[in-house]
Design a protein around this ligand. Sequence first.
Ligand code: SF4
Length: 265
Amino acid sequence: MSRQTLKNIYRMIEEATKEIPLEESFVADINVAIQKLDEQNTKQSSTSYNPSSLVCVRNMYFKATNAPQDERKASPELIGMGEAGTDRHERLQRVISEMSRFGIDCEWISVPDFIESRKLTDLEVVSQDGFETLVHHKSLNMRFKCDGIIRYKGQYFILEIKTESIHKWQNRQGVAEEHVAQGVAYSTAFGINQVMFLYENRDTCGKKAYILEVTDEMKMDEVIGKIEEADYYVKKLVPPPKPTDLPRNACTYCLYKTECQKAGA
Ligand code: SF4
């Protein structure tokens, strides 16, 4: 490459860099770092089922067969919202765990202690991180993180915290359709038939709570039946047909869209 060409390239780079005001390049650089750190922290997913995948038996199949996932390209904004949600979870868990100190009839139950005291031999504690416990259900091959177990006014509840946009929160009148299977999965695992869903408004921190009452029929339909169905297809190594009764937005964050498209209807 001639000296003149090189000079021209340097000049072009200089001019291109000059055009970006420092404030804008600062924001852009922060966003790059956020995404890089997120990529580094992305954990390898396991082949166990997880409660949030129970909405779609085809998603369960892809997970259990370790199918290739779509490239994860979370925007810096989405990553930030996820982190804010995690922060709020931890704060709310701490508050709820301390309610009894103020004479409120609410006891925080440690998940490992609960598993041991109820002799839930199918459940294995994989890890404990602050208030969150990662649990593996051996016979159902299901792995999940539980927000907590509480005894409130004499009754046991599984606690599930959700943070959501102001628009969703204002219109909320009950447990979201796409969260039901998750609640039923926890209930199946712990043998507690009530799940306290706490929904927090991301903008105002306003709160609404709804109790999901879980029946044996729901456990069969939403969890055990679906796992049996997914296992059947996993054994045959054939993707199940695409479910026709998926909740709205069920596919939005699915990481198997490409595989799903390849598998057809
Ligand atoms: S894209 Fe939708 S239908 Fe296909 S596997 Fe994912 S959640 Fe299921």
